[in-house]
Design a protein around this ligand. Sequence first.
Ligand code: HDE
Length: 723
Amino acid sequence: MAKKNPVSADAAKIKGETPAKVSPLPAGADLPTSYAGTQGNGGETHQTTTDEAMTLTTQQGIPVADGQNSLKAGPRGPTLLEDFILREKIFHFDHERIPERVVHARGYGAHGVFELTDSLADLTQADVLGTVGQQTEAFVRFSTVAGNKGSSDLARDVRGFSVKLYTNQGNWDIVGNNIPVFFIQDAIKFPDLAHAVKQEPDRGFPQAQSAHDNFWDFATLTPEAWHMIMWQMSDRTLPRSFRTMQGFGVHSFRLVNAEGQSTFVKFHWTPRQGLQSVLWNEAVKINGADPDFHRRDLWAAIESGDFPIWDLGVQLFDQATADGLPFDHLDSTKLIPEEDVPLRTIGTLTLNRNVDNFFANTEQVAFCTQNVPPGIDFSDDPLLHGRNFSYLDTQLKRLGSPNFTHLPINAPRSPVRNFQQDGHMAMRNPKGRANYEPNSWGADGGPRENQEIGFKSFPAEVQGTKQRIRSETFADHYSQARQFFISQLPIEQKHLSDALVFELSKVERIDIRARAVSHLLNIDNGLAATVADGLGMALPDPAKAAMPTMDLLPSPKLSILVNGPDSFKGRKMGIFLTDGSDAAMFTALTAALEDEGAMWEVVAPKIGGVTLDDGTVVAAKHKIDGGPSVLFDAVAVLPSAEGVLLLAKDAASKDFISDAFGHCKFIGVGENAKPLFDEARIPPELDAGFVPLAKVKDARTLIVACRDLRFWPREMNVDLDAG
Ligand code: HDE
């Protein structure tokens, strides 16, 4: 039986939200028979089927005659132990959960394809990077780090950006983040970092937040963390969408070619959708209104055929370039500015298919930094080496067996041939007598190793005294932190200092707050002074630095706003309507949005929708209380003259406007909207972020304004902390 595509052509005809493009059904979209035909309404009267193919069975395939009632001695029990159908069902349910990931527990994945657009065949043996036009199946999982699996999407947190490429030479995982540097320099500190940021162990909170004493205690005792802290406190950790984030492999890796020559490489994913983030006050409210905001956004974009695309860029450099950098590229708290080693774009990653079983795909997928095909190798970054151990180790615990590579989401698409055998849940069980190599049973005693095409480690020269030590070349903790700060636009700098003040205001220990400011004094005096002032404290002495801070040049590539999109494509407008709203304006607006490739949803007093002034009925996507303006990138308010009088009395309607205003959104103001703005105490003539919608052509003007995403000058008028 074919599953009905949730985005049906019929649904697209109903006025009330962006018509979805109908995407083809994914392969294998038929319902599995074990799920099909489970019907019944309980009690004695449930329906049954006479169709054998639709018959409910146990896990052992025994057909079930009654799935609604357990086996009892008499109508009022007791229930009999003999009831294997009841026991099997409850037993299976009892064991449904597997441990969540110790970090990055909350995630969302999608399938896609990687296509090579520029060959690196001269630099690497990796087949996936060799032939222009070659397509490679991909699976990507985005995640937050600190929160549990059920936490909300808009936590201020680093985002994981893990990519699995099912190459012809086995799986290649680029297990990255949306930030190009990390908090620590040595893997031995990772458990401390993760413990410090997650819930405090005695009380079990706070959930998915770094704004607490333990995190800032650790951070202020760890000077190497302060470059990453600048990123963490910036809007990078409040992405508008997974679709609007960059991804970074962070460490240097090596490319190795057929001649055995090595080139260092860093991997960057750059979204074609442009970078975009939300504001903190907005994030707090999104978490309440839609804790699944990011996963819903990705799912909806893919479902509607608006497939997100990232370019894969590489920074390629040799040992001489590495030696000339003012820091050590093996130190994961440092990045190489794109202005110094430019990105070479070599491919595109397109996410084009949603998961059809979250558990089987997103939960069970297992990424590991050590999954690299021949031609890609590791640098000596000590963090990378720790990761190469950790991921495989934690996956054994989480997935329960070394055979997790047999699960479809983890199985390589290229042949697997070896003599590893048995273990829990072994699915791939080789036949024949030989389970060792070399042997005399198979052709050539095989399968056997192959010097030509097999993985060979780059034969780097290694020498040294065995010791526990941190390299002197890792000692500069503040120069790139400063470079990041001075590369931000003033509004971004303001968000960063606001974030620091907020986070530290949640820290109870005054000495920890002071220690934080003492690090800021090594980064930027103005920033330190703003944060100290925001916390109502005197400036402490600067933290003792291992090295003086260097004045590096600003790197515009580090700003989100400088690298935003140039259209409103892929963004969403909330259109607020009442009965009697202007049909011509509504039609013009939705047409302009669709021209732009943007989405729209109708918010109305009743979910049943509204009747416009020409009699058209428009379905609502949200009742006003369920569709606050934080769910949209911009809003248009088009009530009728009567409708607006009702809205003006309604708290949720006033919040809709005042939040859109406070979050610096572009606001389309219908001719009748004024009473609502007055009641929300917002004069529509206040700034150029308001676009009057009087004539039909104004619809286009609003969309053009929205290309700037936010009207930032307003923030200086609405925020207590603004200079
Ligand atoms: Fe991870 N990390 N990590 N990490 N990490 C995990 O592996 C670890 C680090 C990252 O979507 C775990 O399967 C250590 C840097 C992502 O399934 C665990 C160190 C970066 C994901 C682990 C780091 C990351 C993880 C938990 C310091 C950015 C989610 C579950 C040496 C480049 C993968 C799992 C997914 C997950 C260990 C540092 C990114 C415990 C020891 C740096 C995106 O193995």
